[in-house]
Design a protein around this ligand. Sequence first.
Ligand SMILES: NC(=O)c1ccc[n+]([C@@H]2O[C@H](COP(=O)([O-])OP(=O)(O)OC[C@H]3O[C@@H](n4cnc5c(N)ncnc54)[C@H](OP(=O)(O)O)[C@@H]3O)[C@@H](O)[C@H]2O)c1
Length: 297
Amino acid sequence: MRCLVTGGTGFVGRHLVRRLERPIVVGRDLEKIRNLFSEAEPYQWSLGEALDPEMLRGVDTVFHLAGESIFKGRWNEARKKQIMESRLAGTRQLVQALTSLAEPPATLICASAVGFYGSRGDEPLTESARPGSDFLARVCQGWEEEAAKAEQAGIRVVSVRIGLVLGRDGGALPLMLTPFRFGLGGRIGSGRQYMSWIHIDDLVAILLFAAANPFVRGPVNGVAPQALTNREFTAALASALGRPALFTVPGFVLRITLGEFAEVLLGSQRAVPEKISSAGYSFDFPEIRDALANLIQ
Ligand SMILES: NC(=O)c1ccc[n+]([C@@H]2O[C@H](COP(=O)([O-])OP(=O)(O)OC[C@H]3O[C@@H](n4cnc5c(N)ncnc54)[C@H](OP(=O)(O)O)[C@@H]3O)[C@@H](O)[C@H]2O)c1
């Protein structure tokens, strides 16, 4: 299977690319791609630019992970536009190139996020739940709609609604560990909001499972079976580190300091991986205790 990965230099992409044989890695910095992967074939592309369909020739599966980070800087209007446009225009350009080919790749696996659902309290959210209406929910809906247009060319499209990805070398976990190591860890807001998390190894395995199994299509929740409240997650983290979790960051303080981005930390998604589990995927890290024990040494 010949694979092409966009966003291969990012946290999830680096883990995925290492599992592929001689993939094409597409990114805005060729040097970075070459330094990370000696076996990969590098291609230059910035999201929103027209994309040369030549690079897609002979490719069976495209993994589209690239997108401006939601964690960088305060969310002003310019930053929100970058976050939205990198995903919508970027996916549109990719799909236009894919559908222009006489023999397009069979499969497009596109990143999305559990933010699709908005903030939904303790409601269990399977893939058939309705979308939310806040900023990230609108980004995810637009992103999935752009990806789904590839279906018109007979391409199988899977949008993986990714939860909070836990890994040693990227994502939120290393940032969360620092306050705990200094004994300053604690819950966020009421602590009642649900966090849908997933171990990086399970996420990569789900991306590969979705690529390999033609009956998987449409939206797929990329989350562990056991979503936790922030209070439960905090307790698990404190226990894994053998440190206390005495502090609380009140919601209003986050809203003042972080602006609209605070809603990412305070919002609640209790996503259920119904589709991938019924398709036969078995999780390596279904429980937070095992996931954290594996990641924290
Ligand atoms: N990590 C999570 O917890 C999580 C949760 C839900 C959804 N997701 C989604 O999953 C995808 C992968 O996540 P990640 O954690 O791996 O993200 P990441 O570490 O921020 O990596 C993002 C990737 O996108 C590339 N990129 C960003 N802006 C670009 C642009 N304008 N043109 C071309 N490439 C651009 C980056 O390239 P450079 O190396 O050049 O910067 C990098 O390869 C993202 O779309 C993210 O929104 C992630």
